[in-house]
Design a protein around this ligand. Sequence first.
Ligand code: AMP
Length: 426
Amino acid sequence: MNDILPPESALWEWLEEKVRAVMHQWSYRNVRTPVLEHTGLFVRGLGEVTDIVEKEMYSFEDRADKQGDADHLSLRPEGTAGVVRAVSEHSYLYDGGKRLYYMAPMFRRERPQRGRYRQFHQVGAEALGFAGPEVDAEMILLAHELWQQIGLKDVTLQLNSLGQPEERQRHREALIAYFQANEDQLDEDAKRRLHSNPLRILDTKNPAMQELATQAPKLMEYLGDASLKHFEQVQAILQAQGVKWQINPRLVRGLDYYNLTVFEFVSEALGSQGTICGGGRYDYLIEQIGGKAAPAVGWAFGVERVLELVKEQQLVPAAKSPSVYAIVPDAAALPQAMALLTALRRMGVAAQLHTSADSAQGMGSFKSQFKRADASGAAWALVFGTDELARGEVALKPLRHAGEQVLYALSNIDALAARIQSPIAQ
Ligand code: AMP
C-alpha cells in the first residue's frame, strides 16, 4: 500500500481532472459506494473459483451484535459488485438505463510488484440497463478517449466475445473433453480448474501449457447468430472511428460475470503487468447478486498503471505553482498581509504566504524570504514592507520576467489582482 505525497499527488489530481472532464462530456455521472461490503456480495458476484475470492480478499468477521450475529465483511477488491448492489438496493434503474463512473481505492492481497499493489486505485465506468452493442462500443470508445486526452501512446485494444451462457456451456464441455484427452500436459492449477473453471486454463501463464491452450477449441466457433451479430456491430462502430483492435480468443478476464463483449487495453511498456484497463458486458450479474435482471457493461482502469505510463512516456504536466508569494519582513504586518491574501484568493489568485519555521527567529531576512519565493515557482512576489504598508501600499515584484517592482494601493486590489492574473511576457 502506498503513500502518495506531493509532487506525485499532483499527477493524480491532473489525471482525476481529466477523468471528470471526459466523464462529463460522455454523460457518465459519479457514484460512490462503501469500501466495505458483505463478503457474500463478492462471492456471489465475482464467482467462488476466482483468484480474488479464493485468496486475495481482505476479509474479516465484524464484532457480534446483541443477538450474537456477526457480519462477514471484505474490503472491496473491485468496484462493479458494489455499484450493482447499490443500483439494485435503490431501484435506481426504475426509469431506465444509467451511466455511472467512480474513482476509488480497491484492495487485493496479491504479491506486490511493479504495477501490482495491495491498495490500488481504479477508475471505473458502468452503463447499466442497456443491452445493445452500441453501449459496448461506447464504453470502449470512452476508455479510448481517455487515453487520447491523457496523451498515452502505444496502447492496444484486445477484444473477444464470450457469447451467452448456453454457448459457453457447449464450449465448456468441448474444452473439458479436450483437456481431459491431454491430461498429462496439465499443471496442478489447470487440473484443479478442469471442472470448476476450465475457461481460465486458457488464461494460463505457464509457458509449458501455451501450445495446449492455443490449440484448444475456440469459443468463437460455438457462438450463435445473435452473439456474432452483436460482436460485429461493436467492431463496425469502432472501425467507423478508426479505433484499432486485435481479436484475442484467449481473453477471458479473471472474473466470472462477463458475457458477450470483453476487452482489455494493454501496453507493452509496463512489463508483466501490462493490462491497464479491462472490462466487458455482464448481463447476468445484477440478477445474480439478487437484483432485478438488467443488462450492463463496464470497465475499470488501474490509476497506478496509467500514471506509470504517463511517467514512462514523459507526459507529466508542469507542476502547479502559486501565482504570488507573499513576503512579510515584520510579523506585525501579518494580520494585514493575510487579510489581503484572502481577498486576492477570492478573486482567483493562488497565493502562498511566507511562514517561518521558528517564530522566535522572526520572519527571516529579506534575502531568505526571496529565496523561498523563488523556490515556490511563483511568478510574482508581493512585498508587505513596513514603510509601504504605513502609506497604504504593497509592492509587486516580478520573479521570473524582467521589470521593476510596482506599488499598488491597498484600496485598489482589483488592479493588483488584474496585474497578477494578466499574461506575463516571458
Ligand atoms: P481487474 O478488475 O482485475 O480487471 O483490473 C482492472 C485494472 O485494474 C487492471 O487492468 C489494472 O490496471 C488494475 N489493477 C488490478 N489489480 C491491480 C493491483 N493489484 N495493483 C494495481 N493495479 C491493479
